[in-house]
Write a protein that binds this ligand. Sequence first.
Ligand code: ARG
Length: 457
Amino acid sequence: MKLWGGRFTKDTNTLVDNFNASITFDKRFWREDIEGSIAHITMLAKQGIISNEEKDIMKDALIQIAEDIETGKLEISDDSEDIHSFIEAVLTERTGEPGKKLHTGRSRNDQVALDMKLYVRKQITETDNLLKELLKTIHGIMKDNTETYMPGFTHLQKAQPVTLAHHMGAYFEMFKRDRLRLADTYKRMNTCPLGAGALAGTTYPLDRDYSATLLGFDAATDNSMDSVSDRDYIVELLNALSIIMMHLSRFSEEIILWNSNEYRFVEIDDAYSTGSSIMPQKKNPDIAELVRGKTGRVYGALISMLTTLKGLPLAYNKDMQEDKELTFDAIDTVKDCIKLFDGMLATIRFNRLRMEESAKSGFTNATDAADYLVNHGVAFRDAHAIVGRLVLFCIDKNISLDDMTLEEYKAISPVFEEDIFENISMKTCVDRRNTKGAPGRDAMQAVIKQNEKYLFD
Ligand code: ARG
């Protein structure tokens, strides 16, 4: 039975029914639909629009329906057009007359707007919790690796020495901003559309602010047409999710590089790697690659949503039903990716010696050797040229600056003394960089302390 069958004299074409229906995907927010209905009837009773007795009958039945769906006793049938019709039909079947009053002063337009907001709110919280867990993993790696030296790169060329703690700290900042973006989306979307009706409010004396309070919103929305056609918060959510994926994808790319034979900075745990069906030696970073790859479908969701909304006249249009599948897919994908990535990162092994070796062999301390000369009275331009000659010498002999003898140093510039070695050690190079945000021990400890507070206070 269709909710809107009254005006029609002929059945709809089956293909039309299938094309039109949303039950196969909107059944996922049955909880939110019931939660919204309970708030709605509670408000209707308070306003005297339905009796308290009718409200109690419906409320008990709705709670029972939720329990039955939860336990599998009641199966959501795909024969209904959408989850709203399904719940209302079951309620009416179970309660008779009172159930027929559920939809008083409500349209599916404000109902679906409400359900989606309730669902998205929960998903924002869940995604945020996963991000927080990921940040804890990153924080643990940072604490353990303030003296794990590695090359910092620009143009993917070794540039200056940093530490693994510092490199990880960059990702900490990214995911911290992602949490802020989610919180911001939540804050802006947290107004209640219930009671906006189809588009123009209703003639019943609804108390919309009361419904909003019952459902944990900051307020009821201010314009009924906007209430049923606003999907900005979905665009904002998909934007926030896309940026999370962009960050995960960059991180994945580094893990893939670091796990390669050429780098060997890390080894991904067996539990998070896969093999090849033909090449026995292979251990592939599939999880990182999949996370990188799935970024595409999340970006796709954002562009699809923007495109669907473009040019839509006010107020509700059926186009808006397209918001669901792509949003659900993006949310599921991002949550899975954060979880999997977190697990992979938590079990990864860092090859510390190899990282430090790589920093040395890449002349990342060349700037510090030049600084040494400048501190001994040599002009920077001359120091630059002298260190250039040191580097050439090392390349020729296939050694690093740390491996040269003092005699070899002196042959290029007599200014060098025994203390050059300490001055260009990775530890010294890093520890001297103590400006706020730099990898030096003191600067890094300050950040770690701040992150500790952020995560655990
Ligand atoms: N399934 C619909 C959606 O997702 C529910 C709203 C239906 N409203 C309507 N006027 N047909 O948008």
